[in-house]
Design a protein around this ligand. Sequence first.
Ligand SMILES: Cc1cc2nc3c(=O)[nH]c(=O)nc-3n(C[C@H](O)[C@H](O)[C@H](O)COP(=O)(O)O)c2cc1C
Length: 373
Amino acid sequence: MYRECSILENVVVNQLHLNNRAVVAPMTRVSTRGDGVPTEQMEKYYRRYAEGGFGLTITEGVYTDRTFAQAYPNQPGMTNAQQQKGWEAIVRATHKAGGKIILQLMHAGALSQHLSHTRSASSIQPLRGMLAGYSKKQGRFPAPQAMNLAEIDDAIKGFVDSAIRAEKAGFDGVEIHAANGYLLDQFLTDYTNDREDQYGGSVKNRCRLSAEVTAAIKSSVASHFIVGVRVSQGKVNDFDYLWPNGLNDGEVIFDSLKNAGADYIHFASEGKGFDHGCLTRAGESLPKLARDLTGLPVIANGGLDNPAEANRILTGSHADLVALGTGALANPDWPARLKANDDIAAFNPAMFTFGVTVEDQFTWEEEAGLVRL
Ligand SMILES: Cc1cc2nc3c(=O)[nH]c(=O)nc-3n(C[C@H](O)[C@H](O)[C@H](O)COP(=O)(O)O)c2cc1C
């Protein structure tokens, strides 16, 4: 059913019926009070997307253990009962408004702006520097320590325990964050992984940890509970990286994830749009390959808030759903606007004038005189 595409048509992922193909992309908002527990303001922020008609919301990336996973101060987690309870309220609010919601599970690896000692595939210092606005800590990331096998097992356990908590909290599923340069992508990427064991070398080996996390979660939750995986070529600290062997790498990666039991593949492109991040050097579409090869629903991302562009991706068989990041920030009611044929607002980076938290956004909206749902 999900193959007959148009943004406002419904779609089924695993057994979950979605009202349409418009998805809120995961967006870190560092809005907790330091305890990783979601707040009432976050509930309001997430509820708006469901009220605005988004069929599916993917939450910001949450840390999955309290040893090495946390990326940013005030990032929410899913590692204890209080955090789980905070998320339960957000799930309830989203469901009440008619939306569905998936929790993104994230391990920072070497790209932590919170921890002083980090772990990754290998002891290789990350490119470039820390993100402005997400922590007082700035400058270069330290070189991480290479994970030993026991630490890899601990990281997998963190993902699994968080997924179990997500299921208990009522989420419709989880998304494993294997994109954008964080831990799982550090294993996947040739230049951040020089391991000589089963997790290094070939692309199949480098993808092994993502596949193991997927399989371990799948075997610990109900079969209808969605387990998606987000991948990308680019990274927050390297927007222009492309998979060196294009479609060949894609084939191995998508095949591994499908065999591990993934329910969907989310192909992300941060910063420079779909064509920049989702195509190979030769211009072939990796999301389309994922769709053709696996038969799984595919979510595409990258500058798709222009409805014509989103439609091109769907009708061109690149993907079954489209995820909006900045477009959703500017239009939390994007699907409702589409339905009503209303104008789509352009994302204004001034939204982050006061900072990147949800509270900062609400303050800016109020001062800008924006009427919100
Ligand atoms: C404020 C902000 C926070 C983000 N945090 C995350 C995150 O937690 N997890 C993730 O996978 N991507 C994250 N992203 C990337 C977005 O999901 C998306 O890939 C990116 O914004 C490109 O989509 P767009 O062109 O529709 O904005 C973030 C993006 C923004 C703008």
